[in-house]
Ligand binder design. Structure first.
Ligand SMILES: *Cc1c(COP(=O)(O)O)cnc(C)c1O
Length: 228
């Protein structure tokens, strides 16, 4: 594996190529550097190479890292969020990608109001109906939309999904395409054009971009293996 700067450059190239294959603009696609369980030195290397957007999946780790890195860095919460940790995340995470049920959205809305914040959220969808994954089922999401619209202190920016791991990137394609179709149909039904898609990780981000992803969450392909 090359240096972090080299990896970043290569990732941006691959992202641009995947975008071009799908007739899309590379600038529509955001790269979240997933820094969970990576040493702070490696994250600093990414910052030094000009990257400033990071994703974490644990609240305590997120809090620690925010304190150790420059204040221009932006942080997204991408992992399962317990309701008792919501209050800690709101002041530091610009976006939350893992809003997996209505109750969590309601709690974020309420605490955001108290904190005077206006977080952007992605609704996590269990698009493959995988029993091991959290997230709204497409039906549950449809049934929750009316209640979600009552929440004025959050901004729903899109849908997120995590297909179960498969060494073959093409295995994720159908799930990414299904998330895109779900976003399209919700967009039409509820007049929410422009719902974004947070999908694609180290193994399958190029497929995700071909299927319409606006936000890829890449950890190991940038930083190398994580510590356990
Ligand atoms: C860990 C994680 C990633 C990054 O996984 P890699 O395979 O290392 O790229 C992306 N999204 C979520 C939600 C994660 O927890």
């Amino acid at each position: 594996m090359g240096s972090i700067a080299d990896n970043l450059e290569r990732l941006h190239e691959q992202i641009a190529k995947a975008a071009q294959r799908a007739d899309r603009k590379p600038s529509e696609i955001e790269l979240i550097a997933v820094s969970k369980r990576q040493p702070i030195e490696k994250i600093r290397e990414a910052v030094d190479a000009g990257h400033d957007l990071f994703g974490e999946n644990r609240v305590n780790e997120l809090q620690n890292k925010v304190g150790m890195l420059p204040s221009h860095c932006r942080w997204h919460m991408i992992g399962r969020l317990q309701s008792n940790k919501v209050g800690k995340v709101i002041p530091i995470a610009e976006q939350i990608h893992s809003v997996d049920c209505l109750e969590l959205a309601q709690r974020i809305d309420r605490l955001a109001k108290e904190a005077g914040r206006f977080p952007k959220i992605y609704l996590q969808v269990n698009i493959a109906g995988d029993i091991a994954k959290s997230g709204f089922s497409p039906d549950a999401l449809n049934q929750s939309m009316e209640d979600l619209f009552k929440l004025h202190q959050i901004e729903i920016v899109g849908l997120m999904t995590i297909p179960s791991y498969d060494p073959e990137p093409e295995a994720s394609r159908i799930h990414f395409a299904n998330l895109r179709k779900l976003a399209q149909s919700l967009g039409e039904e509820y007049n929410m054009p422009g719902l974004k898609l947070s999908m694609g990780m180290s193994g399958d981000y190029e497929v995700a971009i071909e299927e319409g992803s606006h936000c890829v969450r890449v950890g190991t392909a940038l930083f190398g293996e994580r510590s356990s």
